[in-house]
Design a protein around this ligand. Structure first.
Ligand code: SF4
Ligand code: SF4
Length: 379
């Protein structure tokens, strides 16, 4: 039976300009609400919140709940691995960060053709298998945003893997880049447990265009927009669906939606096809705000944040520049950040992007929209 997992990727912040300033008090309340609802699966990663994610998990869960009352999943940051000698100290650091003696689920983080080039001489698979033999990991697996063919190659070569974490939601189901349905089919074919991430696609499916919302509401006025996304993933026979709630209210709503996630009927699935078409024709940049790209940018451009502003601006038919234009202007005044036009087109970020976005190209549009057209910045 599918369980709801608490993803700790986008936790609430005390200072929106500082990813490490996690609002621990609010996360405590989120953890309590989640555990009280009868769930116990937490998903974090070494890189979340610029390294503050695992320690926040320790403070809010491990320091407050007995070890046998929860499951912890975390991830080996492939992006920083180039040598075998890095693995032991990094793993030890992760155990310390999380304050645990073992991980229930441990995965290679975002395995892709791009990340593989950096660690191709490091035997990560044997490393995690040995950690499992030592009892430091209960279950080994990987997360990937690769396509179905890529996933099949890995699962064929590595039968020791027990689970995969996949990006699945109704918008990506038939998407030719993400191939969510095909990836799920491959994972099932190889008998792997499946964890689902991004059920709301970084928030896109919680905030759909008006026309799409109208379709959903006409069919059932009592169902929220997000409940459709949750019902879609909750009935796919996965073992966990991760909610990436970024505040207590969102989490409480997600719990309610999950508990009431009866399967969609054929008519509702048809409506979701129409909804997907409307959303796809409205999305400007397919960014899920995962922030994998941000570290690679020497110009300190907060790519995820700028794409979010850009999408929101484009989504609103009558944004008269004030709302998101002002937010862009405020951002540009912060110390130590780059604006869109600071991009030097080095393309290092593209390799990090699971959604295969041509980031420097899109940044040109962002600069044109917010800098040239609104404010006439000169850079
Ligand atoms: S291409 Fe632009 S946004 Fe990407 S890493 Fe280079 S400077 Fe930063
Ligand atoms: S541009 Fe790509 S890597 Fe960067 S935050 Fe968006 S989806 Fe993630």
């Amino acid at each position: 039976m599918t369980k709801l997992g608490m993803g700790m990727m986008r936790l609430p912040l005390l200072d929106e300009n500082d990813q490490t300033s996690i609002d621990i008090e609010q996360v405590n309340k989120m953890v309590d609400a989640y555990m009280d609802a009868g769930f116990n699966y937490f998903d974090t990663a070494f890189v979340y919140h610029e390294g503050a994610g695992e320690p926040a998990f320790k403070k809010t869960v491990v320091d407050r709940y007995p070890r046998d009352s929860f499951k912890i999943a975390t991830k080996l940051p492939l992006f920083v691995i180039t040598e075998e000698s890095q693995l032991e100290p990094l793993f030890a650091q992760q155990l310390e960060n999380c304050g645990v003696d073992y991980f229930d689920y441990y995965m290679l983080h975002n395995v892709s053709g791009f990340t593989e080039t950096a660690w191709k001489n490091v035997d990560l698979y044997s490393f995690i298998e040995n950690k499992k033999k030592e009892g430091k990991i209960k279950h080994i697996g990987l997360s990937t945003h690769g396509d179905a063919e890529f996933l099949e190659e890995i699962l064929f070569e590595h039968p020791e893997l027990e689970f995969v974490l996949l990006q699945i939601n109704y918008l990506d189901w038939e998407d030719e880049n993400i191939e969510a349905k095909k990836c799920l089919d491959v994972a099932k074919k190889y008998g792997k447990q499946v964890m689902i991430m991004e059920p709301y696609k970084g928030g896109f499916l919680a905030d759909v265009p008006e026309d799409a919302e109208k379709l959903m509401k006409q069919h059932n006025p009592d169902r929220s927009v997000v409940s459709w996304a949750m019902r879609f993933v909750a009935n796919l026979d996965a073992c966990v669906v991760l909610t990436g709630a970024s505040n207590l209210e969102q989490l409480e709503n997600n719990i309610e939606e999950f508990k009431n996630a009866d399967p969609l009927d054929d008519k509702e699935l048809e409506i979701l096809d129409e909804v997907s078409e409307i959303i796809n024709s409205n999305i400007t940049v397919d960014c899920t705000k995962c922030r994998y790209c941000v570290e690679s940018c020497s110009e300190e451009i907060d790519i995820a944040r700028l794409f979010d502003l850009y999408n929101k601006h484009k989504m609103l038919e009558n944004d008269d520049w004030t709302q998101f234009g002002n937010a862009y202007l405020n951002y540009s005044k912060l110390d130590g950040v780059g604006i869109a036009s600071d991009c030097i087109e080095c393309e290092l970020c593209i390799e990090e992007c699971p959604q295969s976005i041509n980031i420097p190209e899109v940044l040109k549009d962002v600069a044109k929209t917010f800098e040239t057209e609104i404010y006439g910045f000169e850079n």
